[in-house]
Design a protein around this ligand. Structure first.
Ligand code: MTE
Ligand code: MOS
Length: 756
């Protein structure tokens, strides 16, 4: 292969570094209006009246919409329909959209939005998991405060704990995390003269948005076209909520007959977009003296916020991995996504797993310490290998590189030497080293079975340049590059020949969402399917031209040649010229349906994902014992990705994920006041790592190829964030001798605990 496995230059590199990429806010349409939202100033309350009379008088204000203007259904179609596009009778969180103003200018839109007067009758808000699950808690939704419950059952944990020599039980807590994509959410709706509508936007899932727009306008899907513009990061944050923004923009465009643009300020984005779920985890682990795990019981609560959005999916995905990448015969897991009057939480890189892994990896270290076993050793002892079974009874048949990730990080980080060296630190600055391991299901699996398919369209133009369309999206992760490499090798052409079109809902059939690290496998295999069809048609032409059976021909890098004698060859260009003469059909639709998966909600068992990726992180920290400040000195991270289609991009994903994990570990979290108002909805007070907070990162690629992946690849875009916070937490514990069981590990928290 000429391109798969090589670190070719990103397709979008120049466009992004030169600043020529057109993000949604760079786009302009003639006669376009600017929109501004009106957001609830009440955390929980009944809407008594919405007065738009003053706002309407503002010069330049063209249209003000509220729930009353919706011709379709005022419910955003996500998993369960419970979130309105605009609040109608009640508001359920501070910042909830109540109305939108469309105006000739930004200033007029802002002035209009300011003058929309909403009167509320305040109701008592529910502001925590504990408050939400109380028997006498106010009901946030008619069905109550449980968005979703799932369980996993395997063996008999009572028996498992009886077999144990030691049992440890702890509680862990994690905060909200904001995706902090550089580009805030934004949409432009453009109505067409024939009653159809096109929405351009910064988004991950065009087919979700299409449904969202169709539902608010009561339009058939063929009248709604979604085009993704260059997207400045998503991380799961542009998975479900863009349907709400797009729906409201489309409604304004529809009612005014003019293009309408809505781009959120950072504060509006913080207030109204989804977050990573805060959580409470009760974790009980039993083990034998030699470190063998005998039983695991987990009760997991996630704060889903006011609306369920993707909570059911996040909960399911988190639970499936909640006993860690370890063998255990007896497992009992219960998970609840509960409603509160705080911002709704949804998808975020890792779906529930970054919360749970903090717990299972702390448990492993606590066990190791009590049993006097090295933390690396206890993981090696229990780690999944080919042939092992997960907590849901799925047998891992191929591509299980976990042990290699443990061994590689152990070696490269010089674990043994550093552990001894750091334990000698007795002064003000103390260093520590910590490890974490993880596994993670690729693509939607049984939790999203109905979306587990993807299409692709490949077209060879008469000059031999090639267009490729897919239904998944580029959001910075490098999808266009990776898919171009796959397409180039699948057709035997050059990487430069491939152009991936912007993702547009009209180009390929519904291909599901761009989430769950699924693009490489799903779109990659769909592209391979299309290329296979084209190759089959072209092989006949090549056979005629070379007078050699197609079986013995090699297609590579723009040439087709005889395996045994490479001088017997034609160029791809010559081949296509001949094919054009013969009127060969030079475009093809590819299709890929994911391998079998299933999950039984009653038994809590199932074949959940078609494959898993694996990783190990080792973090080194230095703690200032007088301030509690933690400095991360280095993170070594090994990932089993199946096959690295582009090693530099794999390393880039590891670096980005580590930085995001570092913020989750040490600084990030939303702060609410007593009334339920988010008080740090900006980067001045919500602290994410910047370049100066970064650390030395050593990425390691492990390749246990997955036979059903394109060229053996598995798809690992989310994996890099998972193990970072737990490895840092374990390193801090190693350095200080105290354990913080609640993220983030702020200096205040650590200092207080050390003093105690
Ligand atoms: N990397 C960048 N630069 N920007 C992103 O928004 N999203 C992450 C991950 N890496 C993201 C990213 C998430 S949440 C997912 S699901 C995967 O990329 C999606 O990419 P894939 O489907 O190509 O694996
Ligand atoms: Mo990623 S959370 O699956 O968009």
């Amino acid at each position: 292969m000429s391109f798969v496995g090589k670190s070719v230059e990103r397709k979008d590199a120049l466009d992004k570094v030169l600043g020529t990429a057109q993000y949604i806010d760079d786009m302009h349409f003639d006669n376009m209006l600017i929109a501004k939202g009106v957001y609830s100033k009440e955390t929980c309350g009944r809407i008594i009246s919405i007065d738009i009379s003053e706002a309407k008088k503002v010069k330049g204000v063209v249209k003000i919409i509220t729930a009353k203007d919706i011709p379709g259904e005022n419910l955003v179609p996500i998993v369960r329909k419970d979130m309105p596009y605009m609040a109608e009778d009640v508001v359920r969180y501070y910042g909830e959209p109540v109305a939108y103003v469309a105006a000739e200018t930004q200033e007029a839109a802002e002035e209009g939005a300011r003058l929309v007067k909403v009167q509320y009758e305040p109701l008592t808000p529910v502001l925590s998991i504990e408050e939400s699950i109380r028997e006498d808690a106010p009901k946030i939704h008619p069905h109550g405060n449980i968005h979703k419950y799932y369980k996993i059952r395997k063996g008999d944990t009572e028996k498992g704990f009886k077999e144990a020599d030691i049992i440890i039980e702890n509680e862990y807590r994690t905060p909200h995390q904001e995706h902090s994509y550089l580009e805030t959410n934004g949409m432009i709706g453009v109505p067409s003269h024939d009653g159809a509508i096109t929405v351009y936007g910064s988004l991950q899932c065009p087919f979700y948005v299409q449904e969202g727009v169709a539902n608010i306008l009561r339009l058939p899907l063929n009248k709604v076209r979604i085009i993704q513009t260059v997207t400045g990061g998503g991380f799961g944050g542009k998975e479900d909520i863009p349907s709400l923004y797009a729906g409201n923009v489309a409604l304004m465009a529809f009612l005014t007959g003019r293009p309408v643009k809505l781009v959120l300020t950072r504060e509006e984005d913080f207030l109204t977009s989804t977050k990573r779920h805060p959580s409470l985890i009760k974790y009980k682990t039993g083990a034998k003296k030699d470190g063998t795990i005998t039983g695991i019981e987990v009760t997991f609560y996630m704060d889903g916020g006011a609306y369920s959005t993707l909570s059911p999916i996040v909960l399911w995905r988190g639970l499936i991995h909640s006993s860690g990448p370890y063998r255990c015969e007896h497992v009992k897991i219960d998970g609840y996504a509960v409603a509160t009057n705080r911002v709704h939480c949804g998808a975020f890189r890792g779906f529930g797993q970054p919360q749970l892994i903090l717990a299972h990896e702390a448990q492993m270290d606590i066990l190791a310490e009590k049993l006097n076993i090295d933390p690396v050793e206890i993981r090696r002892k229990n780690a999944f290998q080919v042939g092992d079974e997960t907590a849901t009874g799925q047998k891992l048949e191929t591509s299980v590189g976990l042990l290699d990730t443990i061994n590689e990080t152990w070696k490269k980080s010089e674990w043994q030497q550093k552990k001894i060296l750091y334990e000698k630190d007795k002064g003000n600055k103390r260093r520590g080293i910590g490890i974490s391991s993880s596994f993670y299901g690729v693509s939607l699996g049984a939790g999203g079975r109905k979306y587990e398919k993807s299409g692709a369209y490949v077209e060879i133009n008469k000059d031999c340049s090639i267009n490729v369309a897919v239904g998944t999206t580029e959001m910075g992760q490098g999808m266009k590059t990776v898919l171009s490499q796959i397409a180039a090798d699948a057709l035997g052409v050059t990487y430069e020949d491939i152009y991936i079109l912007e993702t547009d809902s009209t180009r390929v059939p519904d291909s599901g969402p761009t989430v769950a690290s699924r693009s490489t496998v799903m779109s990659g295999n769909a592209i391979k399917d299309a290329c296979r069809q084209l190759r089959e048609r072209l092989e006949k032409v090549a056979e005629d031209m070379l007078k050699i059976p197609a079986k013995v021909l090699i297609w590579d890098n723009g040439h087709i040649y005889f395996k045994q004698n490479p001088s017997v060859k034609i160029t791809f260009k010559e081949l296509i010229e001949e094919a054009l003469h013969q009127d060969v059909h030079l475009s093809a639709q590819g299709w890929f349906v994911a391998p079998y998966t299933t999950f039984d909600e009653e038994t809590g068992q199932g074949w959940c994902y078609f494959t898993y990726v694996y990783s190990t992180n080792i973090a080194e920290v230095e703690v200032d014992m007088t301030t509690g400040a933690v400095k991360v000195l280095k993170v070594t991270a090994a990932h089993d990705v199946g096959k690295a289609i582009n090693p530099t991009l794999v390393e880039g994903q590891i670096q980005g994920g580590i930085l995001q994990g570092l913020g989750y570990a040490l600084t990030e979290g939303l702060i609410y006041d007593k009334s339920g108002k988010m008080i740090n909805p900006n980067f001045s007070t919500y602290i994410i790592p910047t370049a100066v907070d970064s650390t030395v990162i050593e990425p390691i690629i492990v390749e246990h190829t997955y036979p059903d992946g394109p060229y053996g690849a598995k798809g690992f875009g989310e994996l890099p964030i998972l193990g970072v916070a737990p490895a840092i937490a374990n390193a801090v514990s190693h350095a200080t001798g105290v354990r913080i069981k609640e993220l983030p590990i702020t200096p205040e928290k650590l200092y207080k605990t050390i003093k105690q």
